[in-house]
Design a protein around this ligand. Structure first.
Ligand code: SF4
Length: 319
């Protein structure tokens, strides 16, 4: 071994497991792609089908048009609702139109919609834990039956729980699926303390993919000097991964792809961890690994595998 190679610091890339696409995202993208293949008419998607810039750009390049509202979709076309779910009004307005539509709402979000309806039917007021303005939250709020005598209230923080003024005798909670597991636990325990009779899911409605990626990024953060999260700024679960890495004391950044990466962050770093949000495709991880190899990060190690065997069926017409 010569003197130069002896003094060279070994640099390593660690990959979180699991990372990247979840079953709900895979299903939503497949619904769009199969619709493009099967139908001759134009395909419109209400809202970004999943919160990933590159996925959206790729579908646009194949001819998909993304719109904000159903009334922007012309008759005789194919309409698709995004994985985040939609308020009931959107479905009603689509049913009155002359186009075919597919609902790409993740079944785990639909499960929360059904919980809201069930609680309202049983006369319970509902606390929704989530982030104001996020499309999933807008969709879930919009699933509360209009003529119900009950109400649905959004709570974002433990402080919001303190100022809640509701009757705790008939009260339930549901949650957004892509929240921070730890913060949600704290909000739920504040709710249970204030309203001992509140009912809800056993733990929360946070989905398996969000939970598993957060567990994996905790492990990744313990072993890395820097955690790079691949995902878009609009992606809730990707933002939570970055926050969690930072809470674990490891520097972190959130990027759409290697082109956005600030290489100054590599200074003095020996182990760089990579993970990807539930809407980020794996090819972006591969591109980033290739890019980092130019900076001597050539050894790549996968952290222990957490196998996810979740699959969601496509709508029958697209199977
Ligand atoms: S992150 Fe969870 S809720 Fe959202 S699409 Fe994926 S599996 Fe469904």
């Amino acid at each position: 071994m010569d003197k130069t190679s002896k003094n060279k610091i070994k640099k390593e890339i660690l990959l979180a497991n699991p990372r990247g696409f979840c079953a709900g995202v895979e299903r939503a993208i497949e619904i769009v792609e199969k619709s493009l293949e099967k139908y001759d008419c134009p395909v419109f998607v209400r809202h970004h089908v999943v919160h990933n810039k590159k996925v959206v750009e790729n579908l646009e390049s194949k001819g998909v048009t993304f719109v904000k509202e159903v009334d922007e979709i012309p008759d005789e076309s194919i309409a698709i609702f995004s994985a985040h779910g939609v308020p009931e009004d959107v479905e009603i307005s689509a049913n009155s139109r002359n186009f075919k539509y597919f609902d790409a709402t993740c079944p785990l979000v639909t499960k929360v919609h059904l919980e809201v309806k069930k609680h309202a039917k049983l006369g319970r007021d509902i606390i929704l834990i989530g982030h104001k303005g996020h499309p999933e939250v807008v969709g879930t709020l919009g699933r509360h039956p209009k003529h119900s005598n009950t109400k649905i209230i959004l709570v974002e923080t433990e402080n919001d729980v303190k100022s809640l003024n509701v009757n705790g005798e008939k009260l339930a909670f549901v949650t957004q699926t892509t929240l921070s597991v730890d913060e949600t636990k704290e909000i739920i325990s504040a709710l249970k303390k204030k309203f001992p009779k509140i009912v809800g899911p056993n733990a929360d409605d946070i989905c398996y993919a969000t939970q598993n990626r957060q567990d994996a990024v905790k492990q990744l953060s313990l072993e890395s000097d820097l955690v790079i999260v691949i995902g878009s700024k609009s992606s809730s679960n990707s933002n939570r991964l970055k926050e969690l890495a930072e809470k674990c004391g490891t520097a972190s950044c959130l990027i759409d792809g290697y082109e956005d990466f600030n290489t100054n962050l590599l200074e003095d770093k020996k182990v760089v961890g990579i993970t990807a949000g539930a809407s980020a495709p794996e090819y972006i991880v591969d591109e980033l690994i290739a890019f980092l190899s130019k900076f001597d990060f050539k050894d790549v190690r996968n952290l222990s595998k957490n196998n996810e065997n979740v699959n969601f069926k496509l709508p029958r017409e697209l199977q």
